[in-house]
Design a binder for this molecule. Structure first.
Ligand SMILES: Nc1ncnc2c1ncn2[C@@H]1O[C@H](COP(=O)(O)OP(=O)(O)O)[C@@H](O)[C@H]1O
Ligand SMILES: [Mg+2]
Length: 150
């Protein structure tokens, strides 16, 4: 695996633009993406993998929401660790499926592959990151926390 030194902040902006470009070809989605990027420090990451992780989480968030809602991507530092969050305003993840998501091929969607989150978990693992989910009737937030490498 090739690791690159990058600012996640710069990178996210690129991923965001890339996603916007893709959305122009997919007019069925009419939600909005909000970026709240606080300055974070550099850390080792695989550019392609982190892009895939962000796209998978953003896609799930957009798919969970009805039109006219905002999805928020944020970065910040907490306790000397870089945190990336993707927050949607969907209906939340039902408690009975919460421990099944991330299992390869588990999907509740007619055209789902059930591979999005499984991929996110393995990418997070390779980056020594943890994924925490906050979910409720107001929506869902995925927190990806990049643990300190000592
Ligand atoms: N942001 C979210 N809001 C609600 N449910 C979600 C969200 N993200 C994931 N899920 C649930 O987890 C399942 C698995 O997601 P994923 O692995 O990305 O596969 P897929 O999107 O192809 O179904 C989804 O089918 C959905 O039920
Ligand atoms: Mg998905």
């Amino acid at each position: 695996m090739k690791y690159l030194m990058r600012w996640l902040r710069d990178y996210l902006t690129n991923a965001f633009l890339y996603y916007i470009e893709k959305r122009m070809f997919c007019s069925s989605i009419d939600n909005y993406i909000n970026l709240k990027l606080k300055k974070i420090f550099m850390f080792l990451m695989d550019e392609k993998e982190i892009r895939q992780l962000i796209i998978n989480l953003v896609r799930n968030g957009l798919e969970a929401m009805t039109s006219g809602k905002f999805l928020t991507i944020s970065t910040y530092i907490d306790n000397d660790e870089v945190v990336l969050t993707v927050q949607d305003r969907g209906n939340g993840i039902p408690a009975e499926i919460l421990d099944k998501i991330g299992t390869p091929f588990f999907t509740t969607k007619d055209n789902g592959t059930g591979l999005g989150l499984a991929t996110c978990y393995s990418i997070a693992n390779r980056h020594n990151a943890s994924i925490k989910i906050d979910t409720g009737t107001e929506g869902t937030t995925f927190h990806v926390r990049f643990r300190k490498v000592v």
